[in-house]
Design a protein around this ligand. Structure first.
Ligand SMILES: Nc1ncnc2c1ncn2[C@@H]1O[C@H](COP(=O)(O)OP(=O)(O)OP(=O)(O)O)[C@@H](O)[C@H]1O
Ligand SMILES: [Mg+2]
Length: 166
């Protein structure tokens, strides 16, 4: 059973498939304007989770790693809202965020998911759901969800309810 702090959720995934399903569950709960930061080691499962988010949120295209393009935009059919998936790994300084048009993305009404958000920490939106991934062993990953505004605390509560029913 997780520790019941309202603004934090600490869980373990035992497989890539489970991490993807967790992403699907979160994706179903996201609304336009939401920002999610996926932080943590290489190979920890951020892209697997982001692919799940896209699936749960309703994109019809498969979500892959935006390592080369840095930004992928997936528009969903139902309401045309865009899910932006950004990989900041190769940005060397926060000002490089200009090169990927971050301001326009954040001014829009999309859902924005960052991988390697720590690369551009100073220019990230102040309020966000932050998820830290840690490799425990070959197949187990620790995911810690932290919310820093009422919206994201609420999102964590909804995610917890959809997972554990409490
Ligand atoms: N419990 C798990 N959750 C997620 N991925 C897992 C898990 N167990 C094993 N894996 C494997 O770990 C890898 C995770 O890769 P992924 O590309 O999602 O990592 P990443 O955090 O996006 O890395 P990068 O920082 O390079 O972008 C995949 O090969 C996946 O199959
Ligand atoms: Mg990745």
């Amino acid at each position: 059973m997780p520790i019941l702090k309202p603004d934090e959720l600490d869980i373990i995934s035992i497989s890539a498939e489970q991490t993807r399903r967790m992403g699907i569950r979160l994706g179903k709960l996201l609304s336009p304007g939401d920002v999610v930061c996926l932080s943590g080691d290489m190979g920890a499962g951020k892209t697997v989770f982001a692919a799940g988010i896209g699936q749960g949120w309703g994109t019809t295209h498969q979500v892959t790693s935006p390592t080369f393009n840095l930004v992928h935009a997936h528009r969903r059919q139902a309401d045309h809202v865009i899910f932006y998936h950004l990989d900041c790994y190769r940005l060397e300084r926060p000002s490089d965020a200009d090169s990927i048009g971050l301001d326009d993305i954040l001014d829009g009404d999309g859902v924005v998911v960052f991988e390697w958000p720590e690369r551009i920490q100073p220019v990230l939106p102040k309020h966000r759901l932050w998820i830290t991934f840690r490799v425990l062993d070959e197949t187990r990953r620790n995911l810690i969800f932290q919310g820093n505004s009422p919206r994201y605390v609420d999102l964590i509560t909804q995610f917890r309810e959809s997972t554990y029913g409490v």
